[in-house]
Design a protein around this ligand. Sequence first.
Ligand code: AMP
Ligand code: MG
Length: 346
Amino acid sequence: MPVPAPDRNAQATPASGNRVALFCTDTASDLAKLAEALRAGQLVAIPTETVYGLAASALDEAACRRIFEVKGRPLLDPLIVHVPDRAAGERLARFDGRAVRLAEAFWPGPLTLVLPKRAAVPAIVTAGKPTVALRSPAHPAARRLLAAAGIPLAAPSANPFGYISPTTAQHVAESLGTRIPWILDGGPCSVGIESTIVALAPDRPARILRPGSISREELSEALGEAVEAAPEEAKSGAAVEAPGMLARHYSPATPAVLFAHGALPAARRGEAAVFQHRREHALDGIEGSSVFWFSESGDPADTARNLYALLRRLDSLGFTRIHIERAAHSPLGDTINDRLRRAATG
Ligand code: AMP
Ligand code: MG
């Protein structure tokens, strides 16, 4: 394998030509090189089952600072730390009985727990907060890399701040390929939307800070007690609780407008019409090249898996507006609508 850009702080540009991210796979030799790069403070884009992450050693303050620089992410927006298992998590945060129950029920998987942090976690990771967000990813390549590196990995989504999250290695290369040395290609993400984030503060009910594919019902069932719902919009109190949950996020550059489920208007010239799932009648009277759907089957899990890839593709096709049908109401449909609302606001 060729050697990456030696200076991790170099601002690689397309003009520099030779400094583009190298694609790796989860072979033993590639993983050993990536583990070494992470231990040396370099950034590696990694696949997870939710979206691709931009990873650095969570114990290396300078490396974590570089994540914020590369993404253009404000320093007040804390990072999620990825660990192989609860034992590794216990070294970074204090797990109460509820945290143990949720980790046992949903780890490895798309659940992030916000817990009281221990001193080992640098302040830059948590934006100075006394809590840290932890997750154990299920993606096999991420797990092998965590095992090889032997360190916790801070990893926000591997996209420029505010843009649509990446769900393939190619998406990462398109927007960050000249700014990072390594991309671990683990194929398309199986879930496709970011993890459910749950805050477990002492003496307070469990609260969802960000909805994800694991529903409030599933969490309540595993805990045996009620879980508070995610705040509708990141206003006032909610903005303080989960600083990255901005009203506009995950957004295409093309203006996107949402319509109620079943109420998508016919696309006019230059506009894209995006249905939740395949509708045979959709093509009647409309220019076929401007009609799309997130899913063939209508299963919201398919919509979630395809959501960001289609939004990215639509953003590259030169439409003046993107009209999007909301998902039907269901636990996952509501999460999809949360992401669509953030893609469309503004
Ligand atoms: P991302 O890594 O881009 O998926 O964003 C992670 C999100 O997790 C942040 O934007 C916050 O909303 C949330 N988060 C991370 N750490 C904390 C924390 N200590 N307290 C509350 N929310 C957090
Ligand atoms: Mg993100």
